[in-house]
Design a protein around this ligand. Structure first.
Ligand code: BTN
Length: 265
């Protein structure tokens, strides 16, 4: 583990901002998202973060996939947010985080955003986002945004079943990257995009998100739990839903699913 990656150093560098105003740092935890959700249920404030050197039960978004989380290598963090927005807009925070991560990683290598929660480099997954929320009555109580970034993973560190589809910053740049510096920059960028979202709404986020997406105009397939939808990708709408143009030229809103490109035009 890089020695600088610890709670005291992180506190020195981020405590004056909103994101990271209180840091829950663990050498090992089951899942930073699980812990952030239970802290938020117990009343933790906006901007508190959970961060760990390794996770024993890191979770991915789809079908209870696990997020491989070995020690000494990567970034695993979850951020508690309490925005005063309608629950229908909360999924937009996945895209807010996506833009922040894309901006962060594009300082090291070219990246692309894949709806709704993947960041790709060299066509492989380098980062993923898992957003969870709780609603109280009609209102949003809190949102937890969980972010995993493959930082210093070697190709041989990835499990066999994901090694062909995964990459890391080190894999893309051949350099070891400081997790401390990366975390500080991540929290700053997240704060910048979160404030923009709160102050100006989703439009600036959507515009930036579309610039990072390489799927616009391509023919794609979205696999949901029991339906596969095909069409040309038009982008995302004002709530972050994916827009597909089907064969009858109708625009369809897609709220969840796994996207793959079937034709490059
Ligand atoms: C995905 O791409 O499927 C989402 C992956 C999200 C992984 C991160 S790592 C930190 C946080 N804690 C978790 O258990 N999951 C998220």
């Amino acid at each position: 583990m890089d020695r600088k990656f610890n709670k005291a150093n992180l506190e020195k560098l981020v405590s004056d901002g909103l994101i990271g105003n209180k840091i829950h740092f663990f050498d090992e935890i089951d899942s930073t998202n699980n812990h952030a959700v239970s802290l938020a249920v117990d009343g933790a404030g906006e901007g508190e973060v959970v961060i760990a050197d390794c996770q024993t039960a890191g979770r991915g978004r789809l079908r209870n996939r696990i997020w491989h989380s070995p020690p000494g290598r990567n970034l695993y963090t979850s951020i508690i947010l309490r925005p005063d927005i309608q629950p229908a807009f909360a999924q937009g925070l996945t895209l807010v985080a996506g833009v922040a991560v894309a901006e962060l990683l594009s300082g090291y290598c070219p990246v692309a955003l894949k709806w709704p929660n993947d960041i790709l480099a060299g066509g492989r997954k380098i980062s993923g986002i898992l957003t969870e929320m709780r609603i109280k009555g009609q209102n949003l109580d809190f949102v937890v945004v969980g972010i995993g970034i493959n930082v210093n993973m070697e190709s041989t560190d990835f499990h066999e079943e994901i090694c062909d589809i995964s990459t890391s910053l080190k894999g893309q740049t051949s350099n070891s990257i400081s997790r401390l510096g990366l975390t500080v920059d991540l929290y700053r960028l997240l704060e910048k995009w979160y404030r923009l979202f709160i102050d100006e709404g989703f439009v600036p986020v959507r515009d930036r998100w579309m610039e990072y997406s390489d799927m616009i105009g391509k023919t794609i397939e979205v696999t949901g739990t029991d339906v596969v939808q095909r069409g040309r990708c038009r982008g995302i709408d004002s709530k972050g839903a994916l827009l597909l143009i089907d064969e009858e030229n109708r625009t369809r809103r897609v709220l969840s699913g796994d996207v793959s490109v079937t034709e490059n035009r």
